[in-house]
Every structure is written in structure tokens, then in C-alpha cells.
Design a protein around this ligand. Structure first.
Ligand code: B12
Ligand code: SF4
Ligand code: SF4
Length: 381
């Protein structure tokens, strides 16, 4: 069979195995991206989760000898949760971003790429292939953009006309000279909704992100959350969807396509208070299969404490006092101290005064002072 015919078969097979969109790009260096990445580094706009070596990021031939083309794949994930439980006073809930509903997408996409590799190998025993999803060196978005999967939008996401921006991306570098797909025209036009609604002003100009200010990044850090952002994270436990939920291109894109990404509402929107005392084992058992657990339980617990402070949830005060007094981790004790101040109950005030005498960690002491300062302000007001 000629290559043209095989490429058509490959596209049909991809659809059979649950790949929602596939495109083909050249493996030429990504010169524009290199420039953009260097600029991001200079400005300190990167998250630190990216591959630091810009050559590896932008020159596919360094990742696979004889690289000629890159196959880009996209799999849609749901934006609607059926029977979503509502949080209420005494039983507040946090939320994971849509990209972390259901099965971890790394595994789901890798499984599909492995099947594609096997399919290609049958027809081209001499084929060379290297697949990656998220944690690889390449920019999954730059590849998808070049392969015509969607356009690179002002919120920095790749938006597809069919599924909006709610798609996971992955790719395979190959030495096969596939026919390249046409890149897609930008369809953001004059719209700038995402820039205007971003709670932290993280989208600096259309298409460029200051990741250090992005809530998605901030929810994934392990230290104290800088004060400036504590009021804006709301009840987000992992990730942020605001610049996608406001996007007109995501209207009516429920994407209820793959059962594996259907969220368990008790995991995607869990009760906050039980998270404060969850054991490592239980955390792994309950949350281990979602991508949002990759940084372990500490950031999620820190965010749960901030979410309880956001709701000024009085019933959480005893649990927060216990953390303040007994937790081994300074970030958790300190964040609990801040939250107790924010919630403002007399028991919280007493606890803060008590631990101030004994706390040894300087950062936690600062947080206790911040907590006490909320009470002082209250009394003045
Ligand atoms: C680091 C990282 C993050 C960081 C930084 C994100 C960022 N925008 O740079 C943080 C933790 C903040 C993050 C958050 C999210 N991420 Co993320 N992340 C990555 C990762 C690992 C690398 C991204 C990267 O290199 N960023 C550096 C920038 C410069 O590169 P880039 O975004 O790839 O570049 C494109 C655009 O930004 C644009 N661009 C870059 N600079 C400039 C400058 C100008 C002037 C212009 C016009 C354009 C432009 O052009 C590039 C090509 O499209 C990729 C996986 C991967 N290996 O690529 C996933 C990835 C980008 N993330 C993804 C997702 C789903 C998310 C979240 C939606 C998760 C969530 N709900 O919280 C948010 C979205 C936040 C946002 N507005 O981007 C998906 C995106 C899918 C899609 N449809 O686009 C990816 C591809 C993972 C995957 N394999 O599916 N992420
Ligand atoms: S993910 Fe949230 S914080 Fe980050 S750019 Fe989008 S709206 Fe802003
Ligand atoms: S909200 Fe508007 S500007 Fe932002 S990504 Fe969507 S269409 Fe583009």
C-alpha cells in the first residue's frame, strides 16, 4: 500500500481507538517557539514544570534520529459533571479542574499512542517512533498548532472547533514522510474575555502567560501560597478553568464522549473537611488515579484549608486548630493559622495566642501573627 493510502488507514484506526482528532506536522525545528520560550525564561514567566533545555524543546531531531514528521493527537474531556453535589454550610466542597476529572490522561493518551505505534510497525517495520504526552520535551501545543488540531488561542490553549479547548494533547515523532495537515486560522478575533476575567491578570497579552501568576500553577506549588493570591484561589483544589469556561468557543462543548473521563463527583468535587485528616494511603487510594494528585496530598490539603477560609467555614475551626497544634508540616500549620484568623472565631484566637508561645518555625510564627492581625482589625472595625 502506498503512503497516502496508509495515512488514511491510520486516521481511520485512530478514530476507532478513541482518538478524537489527529494531525500531521513536519519535524522541522520550532523557531518561533524557541524565541517565545527564551522570552518567557527572561521574564521569569515560566512555571518551572517545563523542560529547561530549549534545544530539546524545539528541535525534534535531537529527540529522534531521522525525525521527519510528528503525529499530533487530541482526546476530548468532559466539561459538564452530571449530578454535581452542591457544597453547603457545614459541608463545603472544593473542586478539581476539568483536566483532572476521571482517569489520568497521561495513561489514557499513552495507551492510544502505543496502539498507533504498533499499527504503524506492522506496515512499516523500519519505522522509528517516539511518543510523548505532557511530560515529554516538546511543546504539545506548538505541535498541535502546526498539525492543524486547533489554533493557539489568547488564553494560550489550543482550541478545536469540534471540542473547544477541552482536549488533551500528545504526539509521536516519526521518520515517516506523512503528508502534513494545514494549520488552522486564529479564530479568537477581537474577543478578549479570557484576558479580562482571569482573576490574577496572568494572561499578559493575547497568547502569553505569566505562569507564576496563574492559579493553575499556584494550586500545584508546595510551599506557602503568597498572600496576594490567598483570597483569589476560592475553592480550587487543583487547576483553574476560568479562562476556558468563559470562552465562547467552549459553549455547548460538554464532550461526554469517553467513559474513562467521567468524573466521580465525590473525587472531582470532594468535601473539604475530610481532606484535612486524610492518610497518605487513603489519599492514594481515592485520588491517586486522577492527574491532579501528581504533587501529592500536601498542596491539596493546603488549598483545602484556604478554601475553608474562603467560605469562612466556622464548623472547620476545631479541625484547623488541631492542624495548627499538631501537624508536622510547617506549611499546613501556618496556613491553618492564617485561615483561623480569616474565619475569626474566639476559639481560633485563643489557639493562635497559645501556639505563639511554643511555635519554633519562623514562617509559621509569621502566619500566626497574620492570623492574630485579622482579629485585631476586626476589633478596630
Ligand atoms: C508547564 C505547563 C503548564 C503551566 C504553564 C502553562 C503555560 N500556558 O505555559 C501551568 C501549570 C500554569 C499549566 C496550566 C494549565 N495547563 Co498545562 N502544561 C504545561 C506543559 C507541561 C508545558 C507548557 C509550556 O511549555 N509552556 C510554555 C509556553 C510558552 O509554551 P506553550 O504553552 O506550549 O506555547 C504555546 C502558547 O503558549 C503560545 N505562546 C507561547 N508564548 C507566546 C507568546 C506570544 C506573544 C504568543 C502570541 C503566543 C505564545 O504558542 C505556543 C504554541 O501554541 C504542557 C505539556 C507540554 N509538554 O507541552 C501542559 C499543557 C499545555 N497543559 C494543559 C492544560 C490542560 C492545562 C490547564 C488547562 C489545566 C488546568 N485546568 O488548570 C491549565 C491552563 C492554563 C493556561 N492558561 O495555560 C494542556 C493544554 C491542552 C490544550 N488544549 O491546550 C497541555 C498541552 C497538557 C496536555 N498534554 O494536554 N500548564
Ligand atoms: S488558568 Fe485561571 S489563573 Fe491561569 S490564566 Fe486561566 S483564568 Fe487565569
Ligand atoms: S475567550 Fe475569546 S480571546 Fe479568549 S481564548 Fe476564547 S475566543 Fe479566544
Amino acid at each position: 500500500m502506498n503512503l497516502e493510502g496508509f495515512q488514511q488507514e491510520l486516521v481511520a484506526y485512530a478514530s476507532e481507538i478513541g482518538i478524537d482528532k489527529i494531525g500531521f506536522a513536519s519535524a522541522e525545528p520550532f523557531y518561533n517557539l524557541r524565541h517565545q520560550l527564551a522570552r518567557q525564561q527572561q521574564l521569569n514567566y515560566q512555571s518551572g514544570f517545563e523542560e529547561p533545555d530549549l534545544d530539546k524543546r524545539t528541535r525534534p531531531e535531537l529527540l529522534l534520529d531521522e525525525a521527519v514528521s510528528i503525529i499530533s493527537i487530541a482526546i476530548a474531556y468532559p466539561s459538564k459533571m452530571e449530578d454535581a453535589p452542591q457544597g453547603m454550610r457545614g459541608a463545603r466542597r472544593g473542586i478539581f479542574s476539568r483536566s483532572s476529572w476521571g482517569k489520568d490522561y497521561h495513561a489514557a493518551l499513552k495507551e492510544r499512542l502505543t496502539l498507533l505505534e504498533a499499527f504503524i510497525a506492522v506496515h512499516f517495520p523500519e519505522a522509528r517512533m517516539r511518543s510523548m504526552v505532557d511530560t515529554g520535551e516538546l511543546s504539545d501545543r506548538a505541535v498541535a498548532e502546526r498539525a492543524g488540531i486547533g489554533w493557539s488561542a489568547k488564553n494560550t490553549s489550543i482550541i478545536t472547533p469540534e471540542f473547544g479547548s477541552y482536549v488533551y494533547l500528545g504526539e509521536m515523532i516519526t521518520n515517516i514522510p506523512f503528508r502534513y495537515s494545514e494549520p488552522m486560522e486564529d479564530q479568537c478575533g477581537d474577543c478578549r474575555l479570557c484576558i479580562d476575567v482571569c482573576p490574577t491578570g496572568a494572561i499578559v497579552e493575547g497568547g502569553q502567560l505569566n505562569a507564576q501568576r496563574c492559579i493553575s500553577f499556584l494550586t500545584q506549588t508546595k510551599g506557602f501560597l503568597p498572600d496576594e493570591f490567598r483570597g483569589v484561589i476560592g475553592n480550587r483544589l487543583y487547576g483553574c478553568d476560568t479562562c476556558q469556561t468563559v470562552c465562547p468557543k467552549n459553549k455547548r462543548k460538554a464532550n461526554l464522549i469517553h467513559a474513562e473521563f467521567t468524573p466521580d463527583p465525590e473525587i472531582a468535587k470532594p468535601l473539604l473537611e475530610p481532606l484535612l485528616t486524610i492518610s497518605n494511603r487513603e489519599f492514594k487510594e481515592r485520588f491517586g488515579y486522577v492527574s491532579g494528585s501528581w504533587r501529592g496530598k500536601k498542596p491539596i490539603q493546603r488549598n483545602a484549608i484556604l478554601a475553608l477560609a474562603h467560605f469562612k467555614e466556622k464548623s472547620a475551626v476545631p479541625a484547623l486548630i488541631k492542624l495548627l497544634m499538631e501537624d508536622e508540616r510547617p506549611v499546613i500549620r501556618g496556613t491553618a493559622a492564617w485561615a483561623l484568623g480569616k474565619i475569626g472565631m474566639p476559639e481560633g484566637f485563643e489557639a493562635l495566642q497559645t501556639v505563639l508561645e511554643t511555635e519554633q518555625d519562623e514562617e509559621v510564627k509569621d502566619e500566626i501573627q497574620k492570623g492574630l492581625a485579622f482579629f485585631a482589625e476586626e476589633m478596630k472595625g
